[in-house]
Structures are given as C-alpha cells and as structure tokens.
Ligand binder design. Structure first.
Ligand code: V4E
Length: 221
C-alpha cells in the first residue's frame, strides 16, 4: 500500500512549454474512470473513493482515518496545497474496507471471497452504484527530480487540470515528498496559493450538485 501525495494545478500553453523544456514526456494515454458509492453516498461522505480504471479496482482513503495527528510540518502552507490519500489496489482489501463502512450502516453482508477483478456481483451485493463515469486523456512527464510525476489531464466533460504526484510507501517520508512537490511547482512557475479543484470536484458540481454541496460543507472537498 502506498500514499499518494499530490498537488493539482491550473495549466496553460506556457506550462506545457516549460514542461517540455525541463522534463521528458513519458507518454499519453486515455482511460475511463467509473466511481461507485451507495445511493446515499456513504463512502464519499467518509472521503473514500472507489473506482474502476482500466479494469482494475482502486480505493483512495484518507491517511489520517485512524486518527493519527499530523506534525506541524505536515500542516505547513506547502502541505495545505497538497492532498494525501492511501491508495489500495488489492481487491479483497478494498472489499474488506468498503464492507466495514457499509456494515456500520446496514448491518453485516456476505460477499463471495476471492472474486476476479472483472466480477462485479459484489457491487450489487452491497448496493454500490456508479455515480460518475468519465474519460481522461493524460499526458505524463518526469523531471530529473526522482520519483516525481507530472500529469496533464483533459477530461471529456470539458475540464483540464495538472497534478504533481509523488508516491510514498506507507510510513515513508511525506515531508520529503512535499518538498519535492514544492520544488517542482517552483520550476513550473506555479504561483497560486489556493488549492485547485480536481476533476471530481467539477464532475460532482455539474452532475450531483446537492452531494457536492454536502461534501463541501463537511470539508471532504
Ligand atoms: C481522492 C479524491 C478523489 C478520487 C480521485 O482522486 P484524484 O487524485 O482527483 O484522481 P485523478 O484521476 O486526478 O488522479 P490519479 O488518481 O490518477 O493520480 S475525488 C476527490 N478526492 C479528494 C480530493 C480532495 N479533497 N482535494 C483534491 C485537490 N483532490 C482530491
């Protein structure tokens, strides 16, 4: 399991030019994301994001879900511009965590263990439905700074956003990841001191405005 530390940014033709000068384009790909939740949005209200991308399941959960306090360094200005999520890709572990939440709400449910990734029967069993479905064209870059990836995303619903991302093994050095991100932002000439909305912010705002408002009010978004 790893922790994804990332900072989103607004990009334009100048950012792309800078990136092409200081980085290496490592490819362009297109993928479809389908996000799932209960009809009452029990997962996303807990900041848990379950999705299927390219046939694989992924769950993003807050890193402080177990109540761990963050150090003052981790609450710095640079950190405030970044998000941190645990990324879980092991399907049985994803099912276990999702069921843990659902169980608290609807009581115990039984699902078949060891289902293949393509089998979606577990979704029906615990009443998960798709609430977001969109496709992204992503151009990825690396810089000399080790372990930093920069993605420029164009979503099919008319929103584009960049992200600087560093993956940290769980329990690893988040501080150093934040510093790498800050240095990279400097090289790209990013000046903003406000968090930039991700694709899901804009998707929910347009397609599920009430839920979006609720997530804002409880500070999930
Ligand atoms: C964690 C999260 C969501 C799930 C999607 O995460 P995101 O990083 O936006 O996905 P993507 O496709 O852009 O990047 P990849 O996963 O390929 O690296 S949707 C909302 N959140 C929470 C969240 C937040 N509170 N603030 C910011 C800036 N981003 C995400």
């Amino acid at each position: 399991m790893s922790v994804e530390v990332e900072r989103k940014f607004v990009f334009n033709a100048d950012t792309l030019k800078t990136l092409e000068e200081i980085g290496v384009c490592v490819g362009q790909r297109q993928f479809r994301d389908q996000y799932f939740d209960t009809p009452k949005f029990d997962l996303t209200l807990r900041d848990m994001w379950l999705r299927k991308r390219k046939g694989c399941w992924e769950l993003k959960c807050p890193t402080t879900a177990n109540g761990t306090e963050e150090s003052s360094e981790e609450q710095s200005e640079a950190a405030a511009l970044c998000s941190r999520y645990k990324e879980i890709t092991d399907l049985p572990e994803i099912q276990r965590r999702v069921k843990e939440v659902i169980k608290d709400i609807c009581g115990d449910t039984e699902t078949e263990a060891g289902l293949p990734q393509e089998d979606e029967s577990w979704l029906n069993e615990i009443n998960l439905v798709c609430f977001a479905d969109f496709t992204t064209v992503r151009q990825s870059f690396t810089l000399q700074e080790k372990g930093v990836q920069i993605d420029l995303d164009q979503a099919d619903f008319g929103y584009h956003v960049g992200e600087i991302e560093v993956l940290v093994p769980e329990g690893g050095d988040v501080q150093s990841a934040l510093k790498k991100i800050e240095r990279t932002a400097g090289k790209l000439g990013l000046t903003g001191d406000q968090r930039v909305d991700g694709k899901m912010h804009v998707y929910l705002q347009r397609n599920h405005p009430e839920h979006y408002a609720k997530l804002l009010s409880i500070h999930v978004l």
